[in-house]
Design a binder for this molecule. Structure first.
Ligand SMILES: [Zn+2]
Ligand SMILES: [Zn+2]
Length: 336
């Protein structure tokens, strides 16, 4: 079967591998669609802190069941999506239901080989039937779930003023679910094209481009009070530090980004606001269900978000193009 391997940062190549044989509790999938994620781009460029090469990337996948254990309730031909965060079920986080931050987490396409291939065998508890959504939509559930999880972490309420810093796919996912909860959303980014997309396709109330008087604009939008909840989805430590300035008194700050650096903030500024600082990592089954319901109800502009498509065989030659900001990529989907 055709498999695309990231050998070292910057090098992708196509190989023939033997089809996996599923273990007792595993479902064998025919991979059909794989979303390309910021994580994959970081693996490709060598900026993913939790990774050893060579690696088969790809964790945003949908497919058809080829073979499944009886106990899974799945049968051959079922369309499915996969929760790619393989959690241990035993650790402190898993025992508290926080499988998204399992102490021994194995993420497909990061800690173990992922979906840039034709067949994949996955433990049955992480495979879910994609009912009422297309295979394209099913491959988009994971990145949307990251946003849904961040919004649930912050417990965003109707009428709250929300700022999303970083209007990439994850920022777009967060602002979409904040909006679905009735919040008033502002997007802040360096790129005018992305802000334009947020305004036209995602219905944000306001956009501000990062520049000299961005803070004055954010202040004007909120009568000088700033935001009930600030989400950082920039992947940039300086931006993460600056985001503390945009929290309203009594507000929350959710760091969805991950960087390899230490970040620092002013304690008096943090304390006087009695701010709440939250990390948000991955997503749980509940968040995946929230996304599937929203997709089924037609509340997510998934076709607009899926800006690019490519075939698995073309990944080695075309993957680098997806990094070019001029291409306007939001979500690229690989067809296997
Ligand atoms: Zn992803
Ligand atoms: Zn665990």
């Amino acid at each position: 079967m055709l498999t695309v391997i990231c050998e070292t940062p910057g090098t992708l190549s196509a190989h023939e591998r033997t089809k996996p044989v599923p273990r007792d509790n595993e479902v064998l999938l025919r991979v059909k669609r794989v979303g390309v994620c910021g994580t994959d781009l970081h693996i490709f460029t060598g900026n993913q802190p939790y990774l050893a090469y060579p690696r088969v990337m790809g964790h945003e996948l949908s497919g058809l069941v080829e073979q499944a254990p009886l106990s899974s309730g799945l049968v051959a031909g079922d369309p499915v999506y996969v929760m790619p965060y393989l959690s241990c079920g035993q650790c402190i986080a898993c025992r508290r239901g926080k499988t998204n931050c399992c102490a021994h987490i194995q993420v497909l396409g990061v800690h173990r080989d992922g979906a840039f291939t034709e067949y994949l065998s996955v433990p049955a508890q992480f495979v879910h039937k994609a009912e009422g959504i297309t295979l394209d939509q099913a491959a988009m559930v994971e990145f949307l779930a990251i946003g849904a999880h961040a919004v649930r972490r912050a417990d965003v309420k109707a009428g709250e003023r929300i700022l999303v810093v970083g209007a990439g796919p994850i920022g777009m996912a967060a602002l979409t679910f904040a909006r679905l909860r009735g919040a008033t959303v502002t997007a802040l980014d360096t790129r005018a094209d992305r802000l334009d997309f947020c305004a036209k396709q995602l219905g944000v109330a306001a956009t501000v481009q990062i520049g000299e008087n961005d803070k004055a604009q954010l202040s004007a939008l909120t009568d000088g009070e700033f935001f009930d909840v600030v989400f950082d989805a920039t992947g940039n430590s300086k931006a993460m530090e600056r985001g503390f300035e945009f929290i309203a008194h009594g507000g929350r700050y959710v760091l969805v980004s991950i960087v390899s650096d230490t970040i620092a903030f002013s304690d008096p500024e943090f304390h006087k606001r009695e701010a709440t600082l939250l990390g948000s990592r991955n997503a749980t089954a509940e968040d995946f269900e929230t996304v599937v319901e929203a997709l089924r109800a037609g509340r997510i502009p998934d076709q607009a978000l899926n800006t690019h498509r490519l075939a698995l065989a073309d990944v080695p030659s075309r993957f680098a193009d997806l990094l070019d900001p001029a291409g306007g990529v939001v979500k690229a989907i690989v067809e296997c």
